[in-house]
Write a protein that binds this ligand. Structure first.
Ligand SMILES: Cc1cc2nc3c(=O)[nH]c(=O)nc-3n(C[C@H](O)[C@H](O)[C@H](O)COP(=O)(O)OP(=O)(O)OC[C@H]3O[C@@H](n4cnc5c(N)ncnc54)[C@H](O)[C@@H]3O)c2cc1C
Length: 440
């Protein structure tokens, strides 16, 4: 149990899952916490929006939890809202030889493999799968690329159909020989077939957390971007668009690029580590349709098959459409470098690119089915874990006393996710309480 720190003043930059989880524990331990959020709502990348007539909010970027997400489940318990977690078992399909195949359980995965591949491939899949699922020893796996390891252990055929498309889709052809195997280990190690959400959507969960934080006396300043953090004789100053604040400790939960701008006094070696972190952005189009497009939730799409996006997610095959005014809700998403042309296109232009792709899911699909379009873009959306990544990560405690940096890149070896953000935020709160003393 961390000792209460009455009077400790902590400034937190960002009201996403990391910032709010840290604020929650710090405030409960007696610290005086202020949160600065550049955007107009809490939730960060997990935030949602609500169209007219919708009872629930919808995540701007598709989101779900896994049943192994113990930090989220624990936080929901602490907040007294465990009964609002929901765990449906939606259908996931992959595209293979021009058709869709269910690929989401201990029944459908073996059936797919036995139907389309030699028995030896099936056995290799089982052996490599069991090794990844049950071994906790991820460290040696970061010294080898995911492409190399999976080619060797699953065999060329399965690599070509399962892992290569996933790696190319998520990180691009140019990063195929860069992403380390610990990343794939982390995915296969923890994922479950039941997928979780919160009654009302992720935004409702984030707002429940924000309310609990505010109830502890924390001020959450929305629409208040931090411009710079600077050391002062007693601690730290956060300069914002409103009044600057003075703190004993500062936690920044921004992207590494934003951190470089925020804290110009960071030593060169730490700045180099921030600069060295690689990532991709995300462009996601949300469509409401008059008709149902498919019968599955998640569609994994190989880039080779010529789809204009990486994933098609029919949200209302997961969550009942009655919560969205009866609309059918579909996401088309892709991970892309920030200079990709999709970042420059407006919604109509992007829809024109995506329409031929949508037709391939359902020949009856027609432009007239589209009721509304929203496009959401984020430049820092998917960290790229390269070989021996752990040695390159900037420490959460920066070399400047009292300044902490906690981003999606640092939840490694886990892939970024709200569960790991919450875990990191809570661990960081405990660390700050141990390490920082209030100014006398
Ligand atoms: C396409 C996509 C799909 C995803 N799918 C899932 C999923 O299925 N399940 C899951 O659990 N997770 C998913 N995630 C990941 C999840 O959203 C992130 O892991 C999580 O939001 C990270 O939380 P964070 O608080 O660290 O960062 P963020 O959510 O990015 O929050 C950081 C906050 O800091 C604010 N900020 C930035 N700069 C400043 C500044 N200068 N001043 C003030 N505020 C600032 C931002 O506005 C933001 O609100 C997905 C992400 C994407 C992009």
């Amino acid at each position: 149990m961390t000792e209460p720190r009455a009077g400790l003043k902590v400034g937190i930059i960002g009201a996403g899952p990391t910032g709010l989880a840290a604020a929650y524990d710090l405030a409960r331990a007696g610290a005086r916490v202020t949160v600065f959020e550049a955007g107009g709502q809490v939730g960060g990348l997990a935030a949602g929006f609500r169209a007219e007539g919708w009872e629930w909010s919808l995540e701007k970027f598709y989101h779900h939890w896994f049943q192994t997400d113990s930090a989220i489940i624990g936080l929901a318990r602490d907040l007294g809202v465990s009964d609002k977690l929901m765990w449906p078992r939606p259908k996931t399909v992959i595209y293979y030889k021009g058709g869709w195949h269910t690929f989401d359980s201990f029944v459908t995965i073996p059936l797919f493999l036995l139907r389309h591949f030699p028995l030896t491939d099936f056995i290799r899949f089982g052996l490599a799968g069991v090794q990844l699922r049950f071994s906790n020893n991820w460290k040696p796996l970061e010294a080898v690329t995911a492409a190399e390891w999976s080619r060797e252990h699953f065999g060329e055929r399965l690599y070509d159909v399962l892992w290569r498309p996933m790696l190319v889709g998520k990180f691009g052809e140019e990063n195929l020989e860069v992403v380390n195997m610990a990343w794939l280990w982390a995915r296969l190690h923890t994922r479950t077939t039941r997928l979780g959400t919160f009654e009302g959507g992720f935004q409702a969960f984030m707002e429940t957390l924000a309310e609990a934080v505010a109830a502890q006396g924390v001020t959450i300043n929305l629409n208040t971007g931090a411009r710079q953090v600077r050391q002062n004789p007693g601690g730290w100053t956060i300069e914002t668009s409103s009044e600057p604040g003075s703190f004993d400790a500062v936690i920044s939960t921004t992207s590494p690029q934003a951190m470089l701008r925020l804290a110009p006094d960071l030593p060169a070696a730490y700045r180099d580590q921030l600069t060295g972190l690689r990532s991709l952005g995300a462009v996601v189009m949300v469509l409401t349709l008059k008709e149902r497009l498919t019968d599955a939730y998640w569609h994994n799409l190989p880039k080779e098959a010529g789809f204009p996006f990486l994933a098609l997610v029919e949200h209302t095959n997961y969550i009942d459409r009655s919560h969205y005014g009866g609309d059918h809700v579909v996401y088309c998403g892709d991970y892309l470098p920030a200079e990709h042309e999709y970042f420059k296109l407006d919604s109509e232009q992007l829809l024109e690119r995506f329409l031929p792709g949508l037709q391939r899911f359902n020949p009856a699909f027609d432009r007239s089915w589209v009721k509304n379009i929203w496009v959401w873009k984020a430049e820092y959306a998917q960290p790229i874990p390269t070989l021996n990544h752990s040695a390159k990560l900037p420490a959460i405690r920066t070399p400047l006393n009292g300044l902490y940096f906690a981003s999606m890149s640092q939840v490694y070896p886990w892939d970024r996710g709200t569960n790991y953000a919450v875990q990191m935020g809570r661990d960081l709160a405990a660390q700050v309480l141990r390490e920082v003393k209030p100014a006398a």
